[in-house]
Ligand binder design. Structure first.
Ligand SMILES: *Cc1c(COP(=O)(O)O)cnc(C)c1O
Length: 386
């Protein structure tokens, strides 16, 4: 049997009956757009991470764009983000005409380096061409970014903080979710993410009522909120035909919400199962590879990826593949080296850690249902390959 990099069928085998019944219920009631499962799931999400508001949307990319729209980002505004991340983190910034500014990462966690962030903000301020507005920190591979330090930098400079938790939904620092620090937390329900649906999906969390109302409006074509209706004295008509702002169409399908309701019910347990796999991998691989994942004291990763560092990565991957072990590289070309992003500013001194790590990182099979025999096969194969 081939080994799966992420085995979604193993999870499906566990909850297939419930998921099929949930989908059947939606087919029956027929409210495919903003049906009752959508708000039910949003409430479950809020309860899960202690956020006051959860606003679902079409995918994790638009989850990042919507708060930037709510804050009215414009040309000449700067948004600081890592380069060592999935494209979407930076992609949404030029959508609004604003400029990403790329920041280096910590060599142990691969997450945003607060010192590089601080230096980048100082330099942008000194140059005076762009206005620093926001920071997007990423919970790469599932580990929370250093929110206490990043939040302090944001407060010092008066910047908004987004947690791009597409890979990290459920992660914590001393038991607290990123919403404890971030103005807005975004996530993705792309099938391969730790909490994934069976298609595209995403969500935004915030504790700020005003921002939540704006996000709810923006995701549905800038439809009127109750406050907008009252202010306009516009009663007796549907809110969606009064549009006080320019929004977009970014809704979570009811069917996906119904699936997610079943998945979030077992999510906490799945995080524990992933943690067990990671610990066992660590024990088997420590000392045999350049670096096994380092998780900071008090930090809980949700292990979207289990990523090690090796020399001669290509040869190692080839040997793994010959033994039926899939592997993947996140990310071979960091954002600041991709053609459309090269023109955007970088932290002073460039991004030496990002540029070093892109050559050595490789991710191994990881999911909650990876049994011990399969883990041992992966561990042995890696040991031989290196
Ligand atoms: C997957 C991902 C996204 C985008 O999510 P989609 O749902 O695919 O749009 C954004 N940021 C990070 C870090 C991701 O890994």
């Amino acid at each position: 049997m081939g080994i799966a990099f992420i085995d979604l069928q193993a999870q499906r085998a566990r909850i297939a009956d419930k998921v099929d019944a949930a989908i059947a219920r939606v087919l029956e009631h027929g409210r495919f757009i903003m049906g009752p499962e959508v708000s039910e799931f949003e409430e479950k999400m809020s309860a899960f991470s202690g956020a006051r508001h959860s606003i679902s949307c079409a995918n994790g990319t638009e989850a990042l764009a919507l708060p930037l729209m709510a804050w009215e980002l414009r040309t000449k505004d700067a948004v600081f983000c890592p380069s060592f991340t999935f494209t979407a983190t930076a992609e949404v910034v030029p959508w609004l005409g604003a400029s990403p500014v790329f920041v280096d990462i910590d060599p142990e966690t691969y997450n945003m380096d607060p010192a590089s962030l601080e230096a980048a903000i100082e330099e942008v301020k000194a140059k005076g061409e762009l206005n620093p507005k926001a920071v997007i920190a990423v919970d790469l591979f599932g580990q929370p970014a250093d929110y206490p330090a990043i939040k302090a930098v944001c407060e010092k400079h008066g910047l908004k903080l987004i947690s791009d938790s597409a890979q990290g939904f459920g992660c914590t620092i001393d038991g607290k979710h990123p919403i404890e620090w971030a103005d807005v937390v975004t996530t993705s329900f792309f099938p391969a993410k730790p909490l994934g649906c069976y298609g595209d999906g995403g969500a935004i969390q915030t504790n700020d009522q005003e921002v939540a109302d704006l996000l709810d409006s923006l995701r549905i074509h800038g439809k009127a909120s109750q406050a907008d209706m009252d202010a306009a004295g516009y009663s007796g008509h549907e809110a969606k035909y009064l549009n006080p702002r320019i929004g977009m169409n970014s809704r979570l399908d009811t069917i996906q919400a119904a699936i997610l309701l079943e998945k979030i019910a077992i999510f906490a347990e799945e995080i524990e199962l992933r943690e067990k796999v990671a610990r066992r991998y660590n024990a088997g691989l420590e000392g045999h590879v350049l670096q096994v994942p380092f998780v900071k004291e008090g930090y809980q990763s949700v292990w979207a990826q289990y990523t090690i560092e090796v020399e001669n990565r290509e040869a190692v991957q080839k040997k793994l593949s010959e033994q039926g072990i899939p592997s993947a590289v996140y990310y071979p070309v960091p954002m600041h080296e991709q053609a459309p992003y090269r023109r955007f500013p970088k932290a002073p001194g460039g991004l030496p850690v990002t540029e070093a790590k892109k050559k050595t990182v490789v991710s191994l099979p990881m999911h909650p249902y990876l049994d011990e025999d399969t883990q041992d096969r992966v561990i042995e194969a890696v040991k031989t390959a290196v």
